[in-house]
Design a protein around this ligand. Structure first.
Ligand code: NAD
Length: 310
């Protein structure tokens, strides 16, 4: 019997789908890395979200491993080179969290522009700071989207409906229909940085995008600009971002992702002009259910293709 080890919390529907296909499922959300190395040997499939790291040691210990399933997008917690060397198939569900992340990004932009988090905090301290919270509107402003893939495009669609003008930057050619649909203008990074009122990052974390937003690029942004990051923490140099926010090179930021998670001791936690969320981009019921069920379906169909289940 094919055996699957599920290492992170996933929607119940996915476990049912796997079991209904005749797979023995062992559900161990919260398993430690040492336990994982000790136990992985007896499994054909391992399922993770973002927490569990599938390192080369885990892959070496997974002697029977044929499929690594990631319920979600980023594969940065999986040693892809090690998996490839062993011929292990890696499956993920990048389409599942698109809406969830895009809606969070728009919410974060509004939260920074209207100082919602600060207002909430001050009111709970018993204050009524009506005249200290003058905000700005999104309508009529320029939104720069860095990385015009699935999530970047969805953010652009929503922002367009709010009345923002969209500038997009990507390293691949974006089809004309996509640009028309979102009313976006493709520009180079310099122009995007200098003309945008809001900038949102939607690139994967790669050697090229690590610290892509560094001191020099932060200094090129408008003084009143706001930057939002719900991609991967290390895309921004957080030290430089702290100085930019502290010294007023830019007006504000919103971060869902951090170079180190949780960002214990980060100086960004001290600033009022930054809104922080604990990597909740994909944390909606809808996105989690979709990620889990899509992944389970993909695992079942791959195992059928491999003729390991009927
Ligand atoms: P995607 O692959 O659909 O789009 C990424 C785009 O970035 C592509 O068009 C690609 O060409 C472009 N790109 C790559 N390198 C680039 C570079 N150096 N400069 C400019 N553009 C570049 O990915 P997606 O599904 O839209 O996801 C985007 C990001 O969101 C990823 O980092 C992913 O890990 C992250 N994400 C975060 C959460 C969260 O919880 N906050 C959830 C899901 C995804």
């Amino acid at each position: 019997m094919v055996r699957a080890l599920v290492c992170d919390p996933v929607d119940e529907a996915a476990l049912t789908l796997l079991r209904d296909a005749g797979i023995e499922v062992v559900y161990r959300p919260g398993i430690s890395s040492e336990e994982l190395i000790g136990e992985i040997g007896g499994f054909d499939v391992v399922v993770v979200r973002g927490r569990t790291k599938i390192t080369s040691s885990v892959i070496d210990a997974g002697r029977a491993l044929k499929i690594i399933g990631r319920a979600g997008t980023g594969l940065d917690n999986i040693d892809l080179a090690a998996a490839e060397r062993r011929g292990i198939v890696v499956l993920n569900t990048p389409e599942a969290p698109v809406n969830a992340v895009a809606e969070l990004v728009v919410g974060l932009m509004i939260a920074v522009a209207r100082k919602i988090a600060l207002a909430d905090r001050l009111m709970k301290e018993g204050k009524w700071p009506k005249h200290e919270l003058l905000g700005t509107e999104l309508s009529g402003k320029v939104l720069g989207v860095i990385g015009f893939g699935r999530i970047g495009r969805r953010v652009a669609e929503i922002a367009r409906a709010i009345g923002m003008r969209i500038l997009a930057y990507d390293i691949i050619d974006i089809p004309r229909e996509v640009l028309q649909q979102t009313d976006a203008t493709l520009v180079d990074l310099d122009r995007l940085l200098s003309e945008s009122d809001f900038i949102t990052l939607h690139v994967p974390l790669t050697d090229d995008t690590r610290h892509m937003i560094n001191e020099e690029r932060l200094r090129r942004m408008k003084r009143g600009a706001v930057i939002v990051n719900a991609s991967r923490g290390a895309v921004i140099d957080e030290e430089a971002l702290y100085r930019a926010l502290r010294e007023g090179w830019i007006a504000g930021a919103a971060l869902d992702v951090f170079e180190r998670e949780p960002p214990v001791g980060s100086k960004l936690l001290e600033l009022d002009n930054v809104v922080l969320t604990p990597h909740i981009g994909a944390e909606t019921r809808e996105a989690q259910r979709l990620a889990a069920t899509l992944l389970a379906e993909r695992i079942v169909s791959k195992l059928r293709e491999m003729r390991l289940i009927g």
